[in-house]
Design a protein. Structure first.
Length: 201
């Protein structure tokens, strides 16, 4: 049994309008995900992808980090504790390589965050981030509350104010959270995007 999510897209491909249906555990539209009309790149509509297929999805992110974060250290224990408590991301011990790699499971079976130990780890400006989406405002608030609770024990946790981007029918609530990693995590909630849960045979 799976779940179906029904929502109007902010940006519809050319020739599409109205709601489209996806499964909650894998974004698999019931129609081609691409625009089948001729395009500027393929005016004769001979694009090699013009056949029905499931859309490719982003399923993992790999970051180079200081080796202390992937070794048996207090830093690694704090990192794992934070991301499990705040986001529910658990370390996969089977994929862990001491001093070399830590892999966090991002809820879906094939979705991961790879942390790779390096002597020249990634550094990034404070605005650099990757994003996750939640489907209720209270879920976003819960993430913020858990991050603030953790910050009471470690002031290194960075939490932005909750922001709001208003596009009329769609309002995006978001917050940025960073701890020990070079990139922040942006958490987004799309107000005005209807999520309808149904059972599918």
């Amino acid at each position: 049994m799976g779940r179906a999510v029904l929502f109007p897209l902010l940006w519809q491909p050319h020739g599409h309008s109205g709601p489209r249906r996806y499964t909650a555990d894998r974004a698999a539209p019931s129609e081609p995900w691409f625009d089948s009309a001729p395009s500027r790149q393929y005016p004769d509509a001979t694009c090699p992808l013009r056949e029905a297929m499931k859309p490719p999805i982003l399923n993992h992110l790999a970051l180079s980090v200081p080796r202390a974060l992937v070794s048996d250290t207090a830093d690694r224990r704090r990192l794992l504790d934070f991301y499990e408590r705040v986001f529910g991301w658990r370390s996969i011990e089977l994929m862990q390589v001491e001093g070399e790699r830590v892999v966090l499971h991002l809820h879906q079976v094939t979705h991961f965050l790879f942390l790779v130990g390096s002597d020249a780890p990634l550094t990034a400006p404070s605005g650099d981030h990757f994003g996750i989406e939640v489907y209720e405002r209270r879920a976003l608030d819960g993430v913020v509350d858990r991050a603030r609770t953790f910050r009471d024990t470690d002031p290194a946790v960075e939490i932005s104010d909750v922001g709001l981007e208003d596009y009329g029918t769609i309002r995006i609530h978001n917050v940025y959270i960073r701890y020990l990693l070079p990139l922040s995590v942006e958490v987004q909630f799309y107000e005005g995007v209807e999520v309808q849960v149904e059972e599918i045979e």
